[in-house]
Ligand binder design. Structure first.
Ligand SMILES: Nc1nc2c(c(=O)[nH]1)N(C=O)[C@@H](CNc1ccc(C(=O)N[C@@H](CCC(=O)O)C(=O)O)cc1)CN2
Ligand SMILES: Nc1ncnc2c1ncn2[C@@H]1O[C@H](COP(=O)(O)OP(=O)(O)OP(=O)(O)O)[C@@H](O)[C@H]1O
Length: 212
């Protein structure tokens, strides 16, 4: 996307068009994963997590509940539960449009479905965690590149929610690890980035951990 001068710079409309075509291209790639492969890849992801991410510092982890052909997080969630590590998942914010709340997710949590038909805990304010208290957030994505740029489903939910962290003063800024979870086939050579994009610190795939 780099250009010599502003007259050659793509317009906002062109940029959003290329983001949307890239997004659709990688959603199609993701949808080509069969249910059998999805299961196998989820187990390999768990092994890769155990080798590369697991640490005694991991106490409060945000994850997501898998939608459609996304990399399946269920084995990872069960593993964290076994270790008594607290797991939090996103809920669409009821008042703050485009933002997420992170809610404690346990085996007995009463669940519902959001407008995208994704399972989410029924909102109970006692189970909401302030972002600054999370030590790691595992983030869904449609594609990523080798600089840690991420393209998601296009709602801007994660970027909006995470921008709140960047607004904190440096002193209070939490050292939250932002780790994208993806199949290896979701890696792009280079993605356009926007001022609101919050870069990932790492991406974990079933075969390796990328550090940026
Ligand atoms: N598992 C999961 N939970 C998540 C996200 C996500 O990407 N994955 N989100 C990340 O921000 C938020 C929800 N954002 C979403 C935005 C758009 C669509 C959507 O357009 N879905 C299409 C189907 C897409 C497909 O084929 O995979 C649909 O509902 O028809 C879904 C979720 C919060 N929770
Ligand atoms: N921090 C923010 N403040 C205001 N608007 C934002 C912010 N972040 C993203 N947006 C808006 O959200 C829209 C979608 O953003 P983007 O394409 O980056 O979503 P995404 O990262 O793919 O989606 P998601 O995070 O939900 O997976 C953009 O058009 C942008 O206007």
């Amino acid at each position: 996307m780099s250009t010599e001068n502003s007259s050659q710079r793509p317009s906002l409309e062109q940029q959003s068009h290329s983001r949307n075509s890239l997004r659709q291209h990688y959603i199609n790639i993701r949808n080509s994963v069969s249910p059998k492969q999805q299961k196998e890849q989820a187990l390999r992801l768990l092994e890769c997590f155990q080798r590369n991410v697991m640490s005694p510092k991991l106490q409060k982890v945000a994850l997501y509940i898998t939608n459609k052909a996304e990399l399946d997080t269920a084995p990872l969630i069960s593993f964290l539960w076994q270790l008594n590590i607290d797991v939090y998942v996103p809920v669409l914010h009821p008042f703050c449009k485009g933002h997420l709340l992170f809610i404690r997710y346990a085996q007995t949590t009463p669940m519902t479905h959001n407008k995208y038909a994704i399972a989410e805990p029924i909102l109970d304010v006692r189970n909401v965690i302030p972002l600054a208290e999370l030590d790691t957030m595992l983030v869904p994505l449609v594609c990523f590149d080798e600089h840690g740029n991420r393209l998601g489903m296009g709602g801007g939910y994660y970027d909006r929610t995470l921008s709140a962290i960047n607004k904190l003063s440096h002193k209070n800024k939490p050292q939250i690890e932002l780790i994208g979870l993806a199949y290896d086939i979701q890696k792009a050579l280079s993605l356009p980035n926007e001022k609101w994009d919050v870069p990932l610190t790492k991406v974990l795939t079933p075969s390796r951990l990328y550090r940026f």
